[in-house]
Ligand binder design. Structure first.
Ligand code: ADP
Ligand code: MG
Length: 382
């Protein structure tokens, strides 16, 4: 947790509202493997990271609520009796969505004041959005003693994103952010919403994230298109989700589907298998096996599911050329954001230098590089 960030949010809250707030930290997440499998009821393998959102919240005596984003330097007033989404792409819809979904569920949310800031780069595939949603849902649950479980809270966060932001996201991001555990990844079965905590020991290797600094905007991008393709396939097969579809069943549709849609369905089936294989490799200390699966996963994401972009492909190709890297792929919803790389510890500085230089040479812009630790999920800051 970033202590300076906690102090900044706390100080600004107290200056504005003259009262001690409740402080919540909610992390972003990385994903070892399993991209776009969550909304297909499949497997994913994420972990919470040590970067996230710090949110300060306290009850308000006014008949309205005030919410301020320090990072955006914007504030707005929320009227709980008349709550509606803002008609454009803004952080406010995440806030409005969480509160609206809590109220729809019958939770007794009262007026509050809230200030927040984060240290996750936005729109980079590290799920700043889920961190934000969870921080508020968790904060309200604590502040108003709503008695909701963590599972209830992540479903509220997810619905906020569906109904108020307009992204048909799966449950992975909210789940990982809420349930993460230090030095562990979560092998999550999205169909039954149960996970297994797997210790992450990478031995001679370390996770390095390289941000292409290409910002995705999931709502406008192909995320919802991919979701629609998967829906189309399962409607043809009259199945509840791609999780229940076998390769034979998918192949039976080959002549009925566009070739590009068939490939997308095939990607989801293959990626699901890779998540299981990756969990087993990690448990067996087969780190090179984990790395190979990451490379394969990227090929599927780039060539079959078509969610990569030239910058991400370049970063993965460069990583592949380096003998110090045993696995790399694009991470998150796609169309920009970060790659995840497994890099030999002793060669990390060299890797960073080389990839930064070649990226700059190729695209005439900078990438950013982060070392992240795997941390705990959403909690009250003590
Ligand atoms: P990701 O979840 O991968 O970071 P998204 O596009 O899903 O990308 O979510 C990013 C959006 O979440 C931002 O555009 C903003 O609206 C909101 N958001 C995230 N973090 C913050 C923050 N610290 N302050 C204000 N808004 C934020
Ligand atoms: Mg997001």
């Amino acid at each position: 947790m970033n202590n300076a960030l906690i102090q900044k949010v706390k100080k600004q809250f107290i200056e504005q509202f003259i009262t001690e707030p409740l402080l919540i930290f909610s992390p972003g997440r990385l994903n070892l493997i399993g991209e776009h499998t969550d909304y297909n009821n499949g497997f994913v393998f994420p972990a919470a990271i040590d970067k996230g959102i710090v949110l300060a919240i306290a009850k308000s005596d006014n008949n309205y609520s005030t919410v301020r984003s320090i990072d955006m330097d914007e504030e707005f007033i929320l009227n709980l009796k008349n709550i509606d989404r803002v008609d454009r792409n803004t952080w406010k819809n995440y806030i409005i969505g969480v509160i609206a979904e809590l109220l729809k569920k019958g939770s007794q949310v009262d007026n509050f004041n809230c200030v927040f800031a984060g240290d996750i780069p936005l729109g980079s595939g590290l799920s700043s959005s889920a961190a934000l949603e969870n921080s508020l849902a968790f904060g309200c649950n604590e502040l108003f003693n709503l008695g909701l479980s963590k599972t209830d809270l992540i479903q509220i966060s997810q619905k906020a994103e569906h109904n108020y932001v307009g992204v048909n996201c799966g449950i992975m991001d909210q789940y990982a952010s809420m349930f993460g555990k230090k030095d562990h990844a979560l092998f999550l079965d999205c169909k039954i919403l149960k996970s297994e905590l797997v210790p992450v020991h990478l031995h001679d290797y370390e996770i390095v994230l390289v941000n292409s600094n290409v910002k995705h905007a999931l709502a406008e991008s192909g995320y919802n298109d991919r979701y629609a393709v998967c829906q189309k396939i399962i409607e043809h097969l009259k199945k509840p989700s791609l999780r229940e579809v076998s390769l034979e069943e998918l192949n039976s549709l080959k002549t009925k589907l566009e070739a590009s849609d068939y490939k997308k369905g095939l990607y989801v089936l293959q990626e699901n298998d890779r998540v299981v294989a990756c969990k087993n490799a990690l448990k067996n200390n087969d780190i090179e096996g984990v790395g190979r699966l990451l490379f394969q996963s990227h090929i599927g994401q780039s060539e079959m599911y078509k969610i990569s972009c030239k910058e991400l492909d370049f970063l993965v190709d460069e990583a592949k050329k380096s003998v110090s890297v045993i696995g790399a792929r694009m991470m998150g919803g796609g169309f920009g954001g970060c790659t995840i790389n497994l890099v030999l510890k002793t060669d990390i500085e060299d890797f960073k230098l080389k990839i930064s230089k070649s990226y700059k040479r190729k695209f005439n812009k900078d990438c950013s590089i982060y070392n992240v630790m795997l941390g705990d999920g959403t909690s009250v800051v003590k």
